[in-house]
Design a binder for this molecule. Structure first.
Ligand code: AMP
Length: 634
């Protein structure tokens, strides 16, 4: 049975971990880091680059570099959250036919799950390279406060990537598992998770392998990205006051501002001030203009305070829902890179009346927990039970636009709940059921998940038909709904019209494309490797040939000249597998001819020069021979 990897698919960075025996290993990124930037970029030739490599070209290719796609998952284009960040993005977003967000890159539109799928494919490949075995299954984490559409979108991303998501677990629950595994005493902990894009607070009880979430609360649109934005706004305002130039309209400038804002923010976790220097950020009537400012920690904390303060209400609500006060919480664990900011840590201390515990690595703990859950599902880890909860109430819209709850928030999952509904008019044969998620009393203020039409209800006076609607919430926190007409005892036909998300046909198309792209990526990597090998070998050969080519006969010289010319003229897009293979053979044949000629020329084959009497020409030949031998290893 192959291993199940644990993936923390973060807004800013992602992390992959895998259980190896009794310990968890972090899978290194392609450039050797422990986390991978959650960034996908599209080059002019259609090639995709991901992770660290994509981050490196972010400034020069801003409009085609997609970061923080998690913020767009399962969201409607016209939602307040998306409208708030649209002007801050360096890439273009547009609405889809059903109102979801689409990302527009050159002449194509991508759904957020498609971009997430590219990240998942990349992380899968990293794990496969590291483990030396195929990976087909994963546990993927999501913020506890992700609603049904956001979870569905994450599942869709897994399907598109060809990765079976065995379980979606909540980030704080994964963190609690990593923290609490092996601890035997009963503990009540709070997990304060402030990442790049989301904030969650969860309260859990841990006892001998049982990890029970008691309550959870949060905001899936509050995180480090918002703090970066506050710094960018501060820089833009300062620059405008100084020069009259508005930097916010310039995509390239915005990308540079964003990058330096994040860098300054991270520096301010350790230093009292951070210098931000962006030469040639704009040009005005007086020539090029440079931005050079120092951000004092005090000023930074003033900018970040309203955002950090927004977490307070959620913490109180989570405690209130659990029937607890700060004194009942044994420990507060910090998760998410943004909790490294000292002002965040002070804030947590003020809310909970105790300094937070810094004993877990906030960047890796979620992936570690996911890998442990993979071990639980495979049966490698026993006697561990995760009891998670529904983050937001689920129900239906009833007469007058009211929201009627079927499942209350903080109910333990998985669970199944039924409610009886009836008609509002005489002889009504069709009932529309609108499924909604949220905490507001009017349905229109909550999140619309989809609509059902129950057709073929037996005509009867209003209030008589009894339609049983069952809500099933699985362990991933994903909902499915079914309905039955109790009067006739027959199952009713249920038509679901999801108000958001990808349709089956769209997903199938994306799965095929991702597979093809994965195959294309693999082929294009193989061709690039072939070209690199040809050029590396030709570079060694050319030096030897210049020095010793005269030892070859005319026909071999011609062959070698031709091989070296073709290798020199080889462009980054040139040649298919066959022609490149032929060229590599030609270069290698030339090298072995030269090697043979060197070996059979007078003065060779003496086996070193112990007396130090070697002629300079022979020494040169030995060196050349060594170079040609080296070629074998390039
Ligand atoms: P995560 O989603 O957990 O990867 O958290 C990413 C967020 O943490 C980003 O907004 C980062 O800028 C932020 N972050 C990472 N390291 C630090 C640091 N040393 N100080 C402040 N924020 C940080």
């Amino acid at each position: 049975m192959s291993r199940i990897i644990g993936i923390d698919l973060g807004t800013t960075n992602s992390c992959v971990a895998v259980l190896d025996g009794s310990s968890v290993e972090i899978v290194p990124s392609d450039l050797g880091g422990r986390t991978t930037p959650s960034i996908v970029a599209f080059a002019a030739n259609g090639e995709r680059v991901l992770g660290q490599v994509a981050k490196r070209q972010e400034v020069t290719n801003a409009a085609n570099t997609i970061s923080a796609v998690k913020r767009l998952m399962g969201r409607r284009y016209d939602s307040d959250e998306i409208q708030k960040i649209a002007s801050f993005l360096t890439y273009a977003i547009v609405p889809s036919d059903n109102g979801d967000v689409r990302i527009s890159v050159r002449d194509r539109e991508y759904s957020p799950p498609e971009i997430s799928a590219m990240l998942l494919q990349h992380l899968k490949l990293l794990a496969e390279n590291h483990l030396g075995e195929p990976v087909t299954e994963a546990i993927v984490t999501v913020p506890a406060y992700f609603d049904d559409s956001q979870r569905q979108a994450t599942k869709d991303a897994g399907r598109i990537a060809g990765l079976e998501i065995r379980r979606i677990i909540n980030e704080p629950t994964a963190a609690a598992l990593a923290y609490g595994l092996g601890k035997s005493e009963r503990e009540r902990i709070a997990i304060y998770d402030l990442g790049g894009g989301t904030f969650d607070i969860s309260i859990l009880e841990l006892h001998q392998g049982v990890f029970e979430v008691v309550s959870t609360c949060g905001d899936s649109f509050l995180g480090g990205e918002d703090i970066d934005r506050a710094i960018v706004d501060w820089m833009v305002a300062g620059f405008r006051a100084e020069t009259g130039i508005d930097l916010s309209a310039d995509i390239l400038a915005r990308q540079r501002l964003k990058e330096s804002a994040e860098k300054a923010k991270c520096e301010l976790s350790f230093e009292p001030r951070a210098r931000i220097s962006l030469p040639f950020i704009a040009s005005g009537p007086a020539g090029p203009r440079h931005l050079d400012r120092t951000l004092e920690r005090e000023e930074f904390e003033r900018l970040a305070a309203p955002l950090i303060e927004r977490t307070t209400g959620f913490c109180h609500k989570a405690m209130e829902d659990a029937g607890l006060t700060p004194a009942d919480i044994g420990k507060v664990i910090l998760v998410g890179g943004q909790t490294r900011t000292p002002a965040v840590q002070r804030h947590v201390e003020a809310v909970f009346g105790q300094p937070p515990s810094l004993e877990v690595n906030p960047d890796e703990v979620v992936a570690v927990g996911a890998a442990l859950q993979g071990g639980v599902l495979r049966g490698d880890l026993r006697d561990i039970v995760l009891l998670d909860v529904v983050p937001l109430s689920l129900g239906v819209e009833t007469q007058g636009g009211l929201f009627t709850r079927v499942i209350e928030h903080n109910s333990t999952i998985p669970l199944r709940k039924k409610n009886i509904f009836t008609t509002v008019a005489d002889h009504q044969t069709v009932v529309e059921v609108h499924v909604v998620q949220g905490e507001r009393d009017l349905a229109r203020h909550n999140r619309s998940l989809g609509k059902f039409e129950l057709v073929g209800i037996q005509p009867a006076p209003r209030g008589v038909p009894q339609v049983e609607v069952a809500f099933d919430m699985d362990a991933n926190g994903i909902l499915s709904v079914s309905a039955r007409d109790l009067l006739s005892g027959r199952e009713q036909a249920v038509r679901i019209t999801p108000s958001t998300g990808l349709g089956k046909d769209e997903i199938d198309r994306m799965v095929a494309e991702a597979r093809e792209f994965g195959e294309n990526d693999r082929k294009s990597r193989e061709l690039t490797e072939l070209r690199n090998r040809i050029q590396a070998r030709a570079a060694v050969l050319v030096r030897s040939y210049l020095a010793l080519g005269s030892l070859l006969d005319a026909a071999d010289q011609k062959m070698l000249n031709e091989a070296l010319r073709r290798a020199r003229e080889l462009g980054p897009e040139d040649g298919d597998a066959e022609t490149l293979g032929e060229l590599l053979d030609l270069v290698e044949a030339g090298a072995s001819r030269l090697s043979e000629a060197v070996m059979s020329s007078p003065g060779e084959g003496q086996g070193g020069d112990p007396g130090g009497t070697e002629k300079p020409e022979t020494g040169m030949r030995n060196l050349m021979k060594a170079a040609l031998d080296d070629m074998e290893h390039t």
